[in-house]
Design a protein around this ligand. Structure first.
Ligand code: ADP
Ligand code: MG
Length: 619
């Protein structure tokens, strides 16, 4: 094209496209899901803007917020268009080629090992899946603020953009035109597309129509030419019987024949799953809904979900999910992540998925949706962010989320005390739920710990969800409640020790006497545990005691005072020998059994393990 401006794809994007175009991946259908999802996002954006600016939608067909699919069998073109927000020239350059998203290289890396192309949408590069089926793609787009442009690429490392002088004006929105590869002919079959759209559009909130062939009955004069009947074998034999009008006047005989025409056929019915009663929604439907929200199309089902209606001052409906696995970048950008996984709707209108006011960061691993009737519709996102109702919504969401997580544990037979169960009870334990909490803990335990650190108001609830190994847990995970139930008579504190591994801690001299006396000691081996224990002071009125720190009390011995006095000279000599630069004090201790002495940290100082962590961070 004479007016085309050429661009090179950003290097990672180019690599990604190479991988896609050379992929032997058999499930090529996924491109359609990605295109429908993009169209739906673009429609969400224009609808949101139209809340505060009615003019923005324009008039006529432009006001129809819909997705349209057309096939051209002869030219082998499949096109998907939307009346969404559209893209300016600059948008086209940035979004479709020159700016690599954070997920691009992660996805490329994954695909080079043993990645699943199915996950492409999760990495924010779904658009490029068009090259699974097309060798040449045109994107025609019209944004309110710019002229209509055509983006085109044969996935050969470059793309071109030209002002559109060839196509009909779109009004507003985007048309993706796929020039299908030879072997992708199935995507020109109407039935195939109908089937796929139905499969992939279940939770899309805009009508999707296909330009479908339709057989219509047409009346044609009958018996004028006998041979015409043979030429149209499909013609129905039912001749028009009402040849005579009431006034008896004779009309020429007609007959009905089938004729092929085209018309838009709507393929989806828009139903918001969250508006339905939870009793009526099946587990299957929740799982599918989760997959579409998370853009996770693996077979894995979510670990848990909670669907509820909140009433009172602030009314809203919400669905929350615990995903089957932690996303690839959950803790990478914990403090500056720009997205939560919660979508906010106001009266069925999608507002944003970037409202970090709705869930605290430590719950960012949850997926879900909130739809509120209480929030105002016609205000800017910034105003909405300040709205007082958000605080109430957040509070309720946290409660419900923690309840949902606790339920995973409550329903997990591995979590309860098997001793108290009869054999039949054990046999009826649900296999599917067995070990589920350990799985949850493995994926998201760190989030619970971060929650204990960050959320003082819910610290107690979160501490209930905490799991750890201990000197008595026998390689399994234990909870604080289990610890307390095993405490010795007269034991006041919860004992713990921190270090790099369980094996290291089991050999620690700090444990000698405690183990001998049959006390249970919690092993904390995650670096975050040191911070955690600076915030977790007590649980159910029991204090936490780091057994490597000063202050360990194992019950009084009447001979303590006497012993202390008789060793006074030794401890004094020792203190002087080490000098006060190195130690605070030298004390007689009853915490050891076999080792002669041990270095203990002062109550408010860093533990040796914390020193180690801090050192490794500054190096
Ligand atoms: P994602 O949808 O996760 O952002 P994609 O690779 O699917 O990633 O799309 C890249 C970007 O291209 C989108 O973020 C959007 O800005 C733009 N885009 C794609 N399709 C459309 C469309 N139909 N209308 C408007 N913008 C689009
Ligand atoms: Mg997308």
């Amino acid at each position: 094209r004479s007016n085309a401006e050429k661009f090179e794809f950003q290097a990672e994007v180019s690599r990604l496209m190479d991988i896609i175009i050379n992929s032997l991946y058999s499930n090529k259908d996924i491109f359609l899901r990605e295109l429908i999802s993009n169209a739906s996002d673009a429609l969400d954006k224009i609808r949101f803007l139209s809340l505060t600016d009615k003019e923005i939608l324009g008039e006529g067909d432009n006001t129809k917020l819909e997705i349209l699919i057309k096939l051209d069998k002869e030219k082998k073109i499949l096109s998907i268009r939307d009346r969404g927000i559209g893209m300016t020239k600059e948008d086209l350059i940035k979004n479709l080629g020159t700016i690599a998203k954070s997920g691009t290289s992660a996805f490329v890396e994954k695909m080079q090992t043993s990645g699943d192309l199915n996950l492409i949408g999760q990495f924010g590069v779904g658009f490029y899946s068009v090259y699974l089926v097309a060798d040449y793609v045109e994107v025609i787009s019209k944004h309110n603020d710019d002229k209509q442009y055509v983006w085109e690429s044969k996935a050969d490392g470059a793309f071109a953009i030209s002002e559109d002088e060839w196509n009909e004006p779109l009004g507003r929105g985007t048309e993706i035109r796929l020039h299908l590869r030879e072997e992708a002919g199935e995507y020109l079959e109407e039935d195939k597309l109908k089937e796929l759209v139905k499969k992939y559009s279940e939770f899309i909130n805009f009508p999707i129509s296909i330009w479908a062939t339709k057989e219509v009955d047409v009346e044609v004069p009958a018996d004028e030419d006998e041979s015409s009947e043979e030429e149209t074998p499909e013609s129905s034999s039912s001749e028009d019987e009402e040849v005579e009008e009431e006034d008896g006047e004779k009309k020429p005989k007609t007959k009905t024949v089938k004729e092929k025409t085209y018309e838009w056929e709507v393929l989806n019915d828009i139903k918001a799953i969250w508006l339905r009663s939870p009793k009526e929604v099946t587990d299957e439907e929740y799982a599918k809904f989760y997959h579409s929200l998370a853009k996770d199309f693996s077979e894995d089902k979510p670990m848990a979900w909670s669907h509820f209606t909140a009433e009172g001052d602030v009314e809203f409906k919400a669905v929350l999910f615990v995903p089957p696995k932690a996303p690839h970048d959950l803790y990478e950008s914990y403090y500056n992540a720009d997205k939560s996984n919660l979508k906010l709707y106001v009266r069925r209108v999608f507002i944003s998925d970037e409202f970090d006011e709705l869930l605290p960061k430590y719950l960012n691993f949850l997926m879900g949706l909130v739809d509120s009737d209480t929030l105002p519709l016609n205000v800017s996102r910034e105003m909405l962010q300040q709205h007082s109702s958000l605080k109430t919504i957040k509070k309720k969401l946290i409660r419900k989320a923690l309840d949902m997580i606790r339920r995973i544990a409550d329903e997990d037979p591995d979590e309860s005390n098997d001793k108290d169960k009869t054999d039949t009870e054990k046999a009826s334990d649900n296999d599917e739920k067995k070990g589920k909490y350990a799985k949850f803990w493995n994926e998201f335990g760190k989030s619970i710990k971060l929650g204990i650190i960050e959320d003082a108001a819910n610290r107690g609830r979160l501490a209930k969800l905490l799991r750890f190994e201990s000197s008595k847990s026998g390689g399994k995970l234990a909870s604080l409640d289990q610890y307390i139930s095993r405490m010795k008579p007269g034991q006041k504190d919860i004992f713990y020790i921190t270090g790099t591994s369980k094996e290291q801690l089991e050999k620690s001299p700090f444990l000698e006497r405690l183990t001998k006396k049959n006390y249970e000691v919690i092993f904390f081996t995650d670096p975050v545990d040191e911070y955690l224990m600076q915030y977790l002071m007590d649980y159910e009125d029991k204090k936490f005691q780091n057994v490597s720190k000063e202050g360990l009390k194992l019950g009084k011995d009447s001979k303590d005072k006497e012993l202390k006095d008789s060793f006074k000279e030794l401890t004094k000599w020792w203190k002087d020998a080490l000098s006060s630069e190195n130690v605070d004090s030298v004390k007689l201790s009853n915490r050891l059994a076999d080792s002669p002495c041990v270095v203990v940290t002062s109550k408010y100082g860093w533990s040796a393990n914390m020193e180690r962590i801090m050192q490794s961070q500054t190096l």
